[in-house]
Design a binder for this molecule. Structure first.
Ligand code: GLN
Length: 548
């Protein structure tokens, strides 16, 4: 083990969904602010090799890394909080680990030995963790273990962590993110579930060094003492983490408890004084979540609406955050409404409601449900000059709508929805045909970073302020080259193209025709960072604010 590198495991106790990812990201940020090189990893205990094949309604957004890895939304949180570029090596699942071990076995890499669940699976996990630390030249690697203590699924990952701790006790640490409920009829905050969770963790041979106690309100001293006594953690290492209105306040709250000092002391590392310039920049950014006076009302039109708000906002997490950053940078407060595109199919009169909004977004999506409703919304936005921003599927919708209603190709469609249409304006790439024939869906889309060249004088080029961009992709279909000439002759401009000119990356209408009507084949939301908002989102929000 590289003696210089410290490893902090963030594990869950009591229940999931209490913000382990945001906690891990915030810990990373406060340590980075003390001059330490930090990287972050996520371990997802499921069998899926990546998150790409999962329904976002069930598992939240699929976050795409620059190298094309389809990962968990927490990877997006790490990149945003830490202003980092992470890669495949920062993400693992049970499926991914087993796949490697089995492949190694087939290649005789275990040299005739019997390959066993323990220790060979944990050893592969450890190998990956150390590699990620070495690649990032990290002083500190933060590793978030999915799930909670006591679960069957993550036990081999905890075993890996335990083995690392045994090998190098001074370099490996544990933070348990726990939850303290206040049952409404009892009216008192309860520590017992946290005590049980700490013991469950002990059963795996792991002792928490810190407990981050999530709860509705701040913990009182009595609660801290109780947790300290029964969970074997000193009272000053029980950190209160009450609910907040904005996740961006969490690192600030941690520092109110002097957490970076305490962590450095625990790890035995000498760190620098806080970087006041960076810290003030963060503070200033976080303040905007509370301050924005003027609102911008954005309608998000999609189809994932049957499962309640919590999951819904998770499926579009990066889009929401990108909207926030660009709004905050202009002192605006975004209000996002979720509209079900299927409603516009059932009741077209509802389209009129769209006039209430300052801007409309059709985000990424798959399949045919709700597509006709999305197309109607795009048409409404175009004709009524409401700022429109199409993300991936939202750009494809723009092209289909334009082909239908301006070019007069009434049955224009994407092959994904209607392969029998005579005018397939969005088609599958040649390289994708074989993939689809063999049902090889996992990790086989056009994924990750690709360059694009922008046309001078367009909305896109002016927004970015440069001619060449790199953006992240996740799609199988593309604008069909045989329709480009007709679409451009009819006024739609393809202002961004792949360097070889074959793939259409951005479509737009000029400012003279529409205040903002632009779509991207890529996903700009993956590159929006708190202190570095995405130029296209900023241009869109500006247009929304101007509409008011
Ligand atoms: N379904 C479309 C495609 O595969 C768009 C994908 C997306 O919006 N991410 O090309």
């Amino acid at each position: 083990m590289n003696k210089e590198t410290k490893y902090i495991f963030v594990v869950g106790g009591v229940i999931s969904g209490v913000g382990k990812g945001i906690t891990a990201s915030s810990l990373g940020l406060i340590l980075k602010n003390r001059g330490l090189a930090v990287t972050a990893m996520k371990i997802d205990p499921y069998i899926n090799v990546d998150a790409g094949t999962m329904n976002p309604v069930e598992h939240g957004e699929v976050f795409v890394l620059s190298d094309g890895d389809e990962t968990d939304q927490d990877m997006g949180n790490y990149e945003r909080f830490l202003d980092l570029n992470l890669t495949k090596g920062n993400y693992m699942t049970t499926g991914r680990v087993y796949k490697t071990v089995i492949e190694k076995e087939r290649n005789l890499e275990y040299k005739g030995k019997c390959v066993q669940v323990v220790p060979d699976i944990p050893l592969e996990v450890i190998d990956r963790i150390k590699k990620a630390g070495a690649v990032a030249k990290a002083d500190v690697v933060i590793i978030e273990v999915g799930g909670t203590a006591g679960e069957y699924e993550n036990i081999l990952f905890l075993e890996a962590a335990r083995m690392m701790k045994t090998e190098s006790p001074k370099d490996v640490f544990f933070i348990m993110v726990s939850y303290l409920p206040t049952p409404s009829k009892i009216g008192e905050m309860k520590t017992k579930p946290t005590q049980h969770a700490a013991r469950l963790l002990n059963n795996s041979g792991v002792q928490a060094d810190f407990i981050i106690a999530r709860s509705d309100v701040r913990l009182d001293e009595k609660r801290k003492e109780k947790i300290s006594m029964f969970c074997s953690v000193p009272p000053d290492r029980v950190i209160s983490a009450p609910d907040v209105d904005s996740i961006y306040d969490i690192p600030l709250n941690f520092e109110k408890e002097k957490l970076s000092d305490k962590l450095c002391e625990l790890m035995g590392v000498v760190c620098k004084k806080p970087d006041t310039k960076a810290w003030n920049a963060w503070k200033n950014f976080a303040k905007h979540a509370h301050n924005g006076k003027e609102t911008v009302k954005i309608a998000m039109i999609g189809k994932y609406f049957e499962t309640g708000d919590f999951i819904l906002s998770d499926s579009y997490l990066s889009v929401i955050e990108a909207i926030k950053y660009s709004s905050y940078s202009q002192n605006k407060k975004p209000i996002i409404s979720w509209l079900n595109s299927v409603d516009f199919e059932k009741n077209p009169a509802k389209l009129k409601d769209l006039k209430k909004y300052d801007g409309i977004i059709v985000p990424g999506g798959f399949g045919s449900r709700g597509v006709e409703g999305k197309l109607r919304a795009v048409e409404f936005a175009r004709k009524n000059k409401i700022p429109y921003f199409g993300l991936c599927y939202g750009m494809q919708m723009m092209v289909i709508e334009y082909a239908r209603n301006v070019l007069g190709l009434k049955d224009a469609n994407t092959r994904e929805v209607n392969p029998h249409s005579k005018n397939i304006v969005i088609d599958v790439m040649e390289s994708q045909k074989e993939i689809l024939k063999n049902n090889s869906y996992g990790g086989s889309m056009r994924l990750g970073e690709y360059k694009a060249i922008l046309r001078s004088g367009t909305v896109a080029e002016k927004s970015y302020g440069k001619k060449q961009i790199v953006e992240r992709h996740r799609h199988r279909y593309e604008v069909n080259p045989s329709f480009i000439g007709d679409l451009e002759a009819a006024g739609l401009i393809f202002s961004g193209r792949s360097p070889d000119g074959h793939l259409m990356e951005i479509a737009e209408l000029p400012k003279s025709k529409h205040p903002f009507f632009l779509g991207t084949q890529f996903h700009p939301e993956f590159l929006a960072h708190p202190l570095n908002p995405h130029p296209l989102f900023t241009a869109f929000i500006k247009a929304c604010a101007a509409k008011k």
